[in-house]
Design a protein around this ligand. Structure first.
Ligand SMILES: [Zn+2]
Ligand SMILES: [Zn+2]
Length: 247
C-alpha cells in the first residue's frame, strides 16, 4: 500500500515532493492572506464563507439510511435504492445536504480552491462523522483537465484535512485509467456506465479504507472506486463526502 504523511503540505499526491503544485498552493495561500474576502452566501466580510453561514449549512442529520447515508423520513437500515443495488462500499456518509447555501459554498470552494475553507469543511464533517480507527484515508482521483483548470483537487484537499483531524494515515491509492465525461450532465444509469472500469488501485491494498469525495450524487463514482480498492485487497471501504445530493 502506498502511504504518505498527511502533514506533508504538498498538494501533488506525492509524499514530500516539492514541485509545481507545492508553489501554486503557496501562491494561493498568499492571495488568500492579501485579498479581503466576502462571504459567498451573505456578502458580509469574513469570507470565503462567514462563521454564521457555515454554522447554518443544512445537515443530513440522524434520519438517514445506515447503508448509503441518504436522507430518509425516518432512520432505516436499508433504503429503497440500497435494497435493489449492492454497492461495493460498506457505508457512505455525508455531513451536508447539497442544496441552497451548500451549493454556493461547494462551488466557491471547488472553483477558488481556498485552503482555509477545506479545513473548515473538514471540521464540519468531523463533527458529525467519527474516525474509523486503523483505516487509511484516500480520495477519488482527479479528472486531469479539471484539475489543471482549477489548479487543485478538492477531494484530495478534503481527505488530507480529514486525515489530519482524525489522526489517521492518508494515501494516494487510486488512479483514473481513462477520461470520463462529466457526471453532472448524465442520467443515473449513464453515470454508472460512464465510470465503469475508470479507476484502478495504484498497487495492492490491505485493511480498511475511507474514501473521500466532495459530493455524493448517485454514488456511481465512489462505488466504482470502492470496487477497484476491494479488487486490490482492501477488506472494507467506507465513503465519506461533504455533501449529499437530494434523491
Ligand atoms: Zn455569510
Ligand atoms: Zn440506502
Amino acid at each position: 500500500m502506498i502511504t504518505e504523511s498527511h502533514a506533508s503540505g504538498a498538494d501533488d499526491g506525492q509524499p514530500f515532493q516539492r514541485g509545481y503544485s507545492f508553489w501554486t498552493t503557496r501562491v494561493s495561500m498568499l492571495i488568500d492572506l492579501l485579498l479581503p474576502r466576502r462571504c459567498v452566501s451573505c456578502g458580509r466580510s469574513g469570507g470565503p464563507v462567514c462563521r454564521a453561514c457555515l454554522d447554518g449549512l443544512p445537515r443530513v442529520g440522524a434520519s438517514h439510511c445506515s447503508r448509503c447515508g441518504g436522507p430518509t423520513a425516518v432512520p432505516m437500515l436499508r433504503c429503497r435504492d440500497c435494497a435493489r443495488t449492492s454497492p461495493a462500499y460498506a457505508t457512505a456518509r455525508s455531513a451536508l445536504l447539497y442544496e441552497g447555501v451548500t451549493r454556493l459554498v461547494v462551488s466557491a470552494w471547488k472553483e477558488r480552491g481556498v485552503r482555509t475553507l477545506a479545513n473548515q469543511l473538514a471540521a464540519i464533517i468531523g463533527a458529525d462523522i467519527p474516525a474509523r480507527g486503523g483505516a487509511t484515508v484516500t480520495w477519488v482521483p482527479p479528472d486531469l483537465s479539471r484539475q489543471l483548470r482549477r489548479g487543485h483537487h478538492p477531494a484530495r484537499a478534503l481527505a488530507r484535512e480529514l486525515a489530519a483531524q482524525w489522526g489517521t494515515p492518508g494515501g494516494d491509492l487510486l488512479i483514473r485509467t481513462r477520461p470520463a465525461r462529466r457526471q453532472a450532465r448524465l442520467a443515473r444509469a449513464e453515470r454508472y456506465t460512464n465510470v465503469c472500469g475508470a479507476f484502478e488501485s495504484r498497487g495492492p491494498c490491505e485493511g480498511e479504507i475511507v474514501l473521500v469525495d466532495d459530493v455524493f450524487t448517485t454514488g456511481a463514482t465512489v462505488d466504482e472506486c470502492a470496487r477497484a480498492l476491494r479488487r486490490a485487497g482492501a477488506t472494507r471501504v467506507d465513503v465519506v463526502t461533504l455533501a449529499r445530493a437530494p434523491r
